[in-house]
Design a protein around this ligand. Sequence first.
Ligand code: PRP
Ligand code: URA
Length: 208
Amino acid sequence: MNITVVHHPLVQHKLGLLREGAISTMKFRQLTQELARLLAYEATRDFELETVTIEGWCGPIEVQQIKGKKVTVVPILRAGLGMLDGVLDLVPSAKISVVGLYRNEETLEPVPYFDKFVDSLDERIAIIIDPMLATGGSMVATIDLLKRKGCKQIKAVVMVAAPEGVKVVNEAHPDVQIVAASLDSHLNEHGYIIPGLGDAGDKIFGTK
Ligand code: PRP
Ligand code: URA
């Protein structure tokens, strides 16, 4: 199984706090942002640098900068929005593309309802963000959309992944790195991750 689980103590501590059943909306939202920031740090670790010459205080100086066009962050609505500010803290100049999908509760199939992508996707790295990778249907559908638009470099950043979903994404898109705070045990009969976090969208938005 191809997944990068971030074992940093802060990541694991914050994930533990998120698993509290009676957590408030405010706390869940805050921790989601904090965790997203740390996961984005890991996901951007292998970004390519280039050397440029700038005018420093004592004359021209060579410095490193991230190569290529600005990254696009791709939150999957709704729950992915909860991670957006955390990721933007690290890559404030990123462009934002949005994909709207929800899971049909019976079939567990993703139902698309919206998308809006930035231009020049063939020249940008896309970082998809969604707290939960369960069956993998939503992630595969989002990667499919991005690739259809020409995107060649894609990373998926999730808080919690299920082995079933990781396998589905790995098989459909072996080139996409998945970064997560945890690879959990399994999916239950309703397609929820066990132990998981429950319904992340509801917890972030305060619905239900
Ligand atoms: C959740 C979650 C993922 C998807 C994961 O969204 O945020 O997008 O389910 O499930 P999958 O891997 O089986 O596709 P949900 O459909 O609950 O929508 P929401 O974000 O609007 O609450
Ligand atoms: N979506 C969620 O929000 N939680 C899960 O466990 C699975 C899908």
